[in-house]
Ligand binder design. Structure first.
Ligand code: V47
Length: 373
């Protein structure tokens, strides 16, 4: 396994004016806010790939993770009015608003009775019309149907909403959900933490401190979780770096994050339609900088549904070691203009990873190895 830069790569990095950052990485030193800004503004993608790939190789060599999962979005009715969202509808009864009955939502999992999946991923809108029992029964129903599945469900935004709406503490909400079958939290809803951008993007949902406090509480209760950043809409480079460093600081405290997932802004059917979407160039740069700044988070995930299959494959050279899973049915990104398929089979994920010269490893949600393919 190669974990040192070649002479050519070193010259490349130094030619990009990044020799001091390379030397600090060589010594195992932590990068600073200013380093993050410089990395986000370099135009030398090759230098970023050399540095980020070295960090990836040090951790995982060529191993590249994926899982077999299914997504369920039980309702898109949502009180929040995030301007980048194409999935939500404000009220029950609005055009294209939907709420699945419990039978219907559990039925999505039931239908896969004979499939070798290991995870169900559930994210919903903030629906004012549902009782607390709906969420508990949803978890219980899935657990009764498939006790072998790991249930990764409800973003920190949803947990905060449950706490306010049903008058419980974060701890109470999480304990009750865990007793009903919750296994871990997905990383959504983080968007951009900085108050300037957050106010524009999603003024009426939980703030950065609340999002981080939900994850802190989950980690203290022994749960693992993921974290994300919505990049390429109206945020500045400084706000991206600020976001990454806030995640790094919480990870120093708790160690509970497993994976960081940069989420590329999609502009169809939402209020930010006038904005250009981030380029492939910016996406690769964001993966690389994330790998370099988040020195205490094990995995960087390229969610292929959101990024596109080809770019997800390329990202494996820019610090990424995970491409998410089979997914099966996706709404959030397809309603925002994603052109990716709804699902990729296990064999296709394996081929995609092999074609990039890497070694596919099927994992479960907690990164235990299911099979080396
Ligand atoms: O919270 C919504 C983002 C997230 C748009 O934890 C958008 O393993 C870009 O968090 N353009 C949901 N982004 C997806 C998510 C996720 C996905 C896969 C794996 C995991 C995990 C988490 O998608 C939302 C929001 O941040 N989002 N709309 C949009 N137009």
């Amino acid at each position: 396994m190669v974990t040192e830069l070649s002479t050519i790569e070193r010259r490349h990095v130094d030619g990009a004016g990044l020799s001091d950052i390379r030397e600090r990485l060589d010594r195992g030193e932590r990068l600073t806010f200013e380093d993050g800004v410089r990395l986000f503004t370099t135009h030398d993608l090759g230098a970023l790939s050399a540095l980020a790939n070295r960090e990836r190789q040090r951790r995982w060599g060529d191993l590249t993770f994926f899982n077999r999962n299914v997504h369920v979005n039980a309702t898109n009715v949502c009180e929040a009015s995030c301007i980048f969202c194409s999935f939500s509808r404000l009220k029950t009864g609005d055009a294209a608003a939907y709420t699945m009955s419990l039978d219907e939502a559990v039925g999505r999992v039931k239908a896969l009775r004979d499939e070798l999946i290991t995870e169900v991923h559930i994210v919903n809108g903030l629906n004012p019309d549902l009782p607390w029992e709906y969420y508990l029964d949803l978890l219980r129903g899935i657990r009764a149907e498939r006790p072998d599945l790991h249930i990764k469900a409800f973003t920190a935004v949803e947990i905060h909403y449950f706490a306010e709406k049903y008058r419980k503490s974060y701890e109470q909400v999480l304990r009750e959900l865990m007793a009903a079958g919750l296994g871990s939290l997905p990383g959504g809803g983080a968007e951009i933490f900085h108050p300037r951008a957050r106010k524009k993007l999603c003024d009426d949902k939980v703030d950065a401190e609340g999002w981080l406090e939900v994850h802190r509480t989950a980690h203290e209760l022994g749960m693992r979780s993921n974290c994300t950043m919505l990049f390429g809409s109206i945020e500045t480079v400084e706000e991206r770096v600020d976001h990454l460093l806030r995640l790094r600081a919480l990870q120093d405290e708790t160690g509970g994050f497993q994976t960081f997932i940069p989420l590329r802004f999609h502009h169809e059917n939402n209020k930010l339609q006038r904005l250009r979407e981030p380029t492939a160039y910016d996406s690769l740069r964001t993966y690389a900088v994330s790998r370099l700044l988040l020195d205490n988070i094990d995995h960087i995930k390229a969610y292929w549904i959101m990024l596109g299959v080809e770019l997800a494959q390329l990202s494996l050279d820019w610090g990424v070691d995970d491409i998410d899973g089979t997914v099966r049915e996706e709404r959030i990104y397809h309603m925002a203009g994603a052109r990716t398929p709804q699902t990729l089979g296990r064999a296709e994920l394996i081929q995609l990873i092999r074609d990039a010269g890497r070694i596919p490893v099927e994992r479960d949600t907690l990164y235990r190895i299911v099979a080396e393919a």
